[in-house]
Write a protein that binds this ligand. Structure first.
Ligand code: SF4
Length: 327
């Protein structure tokens, strides 16, 4: 691990300035991904700005919704009474992620900033455009069974690893950030990026911008929800593929639907056309199967991940079926 400076400011403005002014500085909170990246020599910051002393860990009612501070721990959010009652999909997605130990360290802000688990990204002997722009992509012709089926480019086919982010994009969350130019609100669907020609950039955050909170608007998705995660072992594994499903059902008719997938793209993948296809339909297997077909339009597999083309629709149907019977 390279040597680095370490500072612990108590004011947000001081933290932002410390990172904005130094091209080799970065924020650290729980450190559950960043420290791994540093140990392996993938991230080599020369200054760590520890933000754990900033007052950003509250979960509170705000603007007809929930505001969750960026430093709230994943475990705390998943166990919070308001979150479980008002946004149970988020609680389920958080509990599907990582392990109990990691959820007790990892923060909400850090969770959405975690980097891909593409094995070539972590292997310094292999080319990787995300780690070293212009070096190539080891996964394109490599073992790409964990990789994307939507939204990829010829520069990168990695997927975003967060479970929490799949629920947040489905729930129309907004990310609140403060930076050198002031505050701004980023719709969650615009927070992460597709790889295009710049896969080294995971998000639309600018240098020095600090995530302060996430806003989730109240909605009708308090009963019929389900986060379905398919993985290779029962816990502490990243998703091969996941589906966040939320329904508003009245007299067996779907009034509104939310659907998003994880493990399929460089960002959490919202399925708006499939959502629309469900509105006004009965909550039946046939409706769910039709939505799954709509959802998978445009999917394209690589040599080792063609199984996702079948696993995707089956997981969507299973998530919707379980959500519809969840109340
Ligand atoms: Fe790197 Fe992306 Fe290729 Fe993985 S898929 S090796 S992260 S460029």
């Amino acid at each position: 691990m390279n040597q680095f400076q370490y500072v612990r400011p108590t004011k947000s403005q001081a933290a932002i300035e410390a990172v904005a002014k130094d091209p080799n500085a970065t924020f650290i909170a729980g450190g559950t991904n960043l420290v791994d990246l540093m140990k392996r020599g993938i991230a080599t910051p020369q200054k760590l700005v520890d933000i754990n002393r900033l007052p950003l860990n509250k979960i509170e009612r705000e603007n007809n919704g929930l505001r969750i501070g960026a430093l709230a721990l994943n475990a705390t959010v998943a166990d919070d009474k308001q979150v479980r009652e008002r946004q149970p999909l988020l609680a389920q997605a958080l509990n599907a992620g990582a392990s109990a130990q990691l959820r007790n360290m990892a923060t909400v802000g850090g969770n959405m900033l975690q980097r891909t688990r593409c094995s070539y990204f972590y292997d310094l002997a292999m080319p990787c455009n995300k780690r070293e722009p212009g070096s190539g992509c080891g996964a394109l012709e490599g073992i790409n069974r964990m990789h994307a089926i939507f939204g990829f480019s010829d520069k990168c086919i990695a997927v975003h690893p967060s479970d929490m982010s799949v629920a947040l994009v489905a729930l129309d969350a907004t990310v609140l950030v403060t930076g050198p130019k002031g505050e701004r609100r980023i719709p969650f669907a615009d927070f992460h990026r597709l790889p295009g020609d710049t896969p080294e950039k995971d998000t639309n955050l600018e240098k020095g911008e600090l995530i302060t909170a996430v806003d989730i608007p109240d909605g009708p998705f308090t009963k019929y929800v389900h986060y379905q995660k398919v993985r290779e072992r029962a816990s502490y594994a990243f998703a091969l593929l996941s589906v966040a499903a939320a329904l508003d059902i009245e007299n067996n008719t779907i009034k509104a639907a939310r659907l998003a997938m994880g493990g399929v793209a460089h960002k959490p993948w919202r399925l708006t056309a499939a959502e629309q296809s469900l509105v006004g339909k009965p909550a039946t297997e046939a409706s769910f199967r039709q939505a799954a077909e709509v959802a998978m339009q445009g999917a394209k597999a690589f040599k080792y991940n063609a199984y996702k083309l079948k696993l995707g629709p089956n997981t969507i149907v299973q998530a919707l079926r379980t959500a519809a019977s969840a109340a």
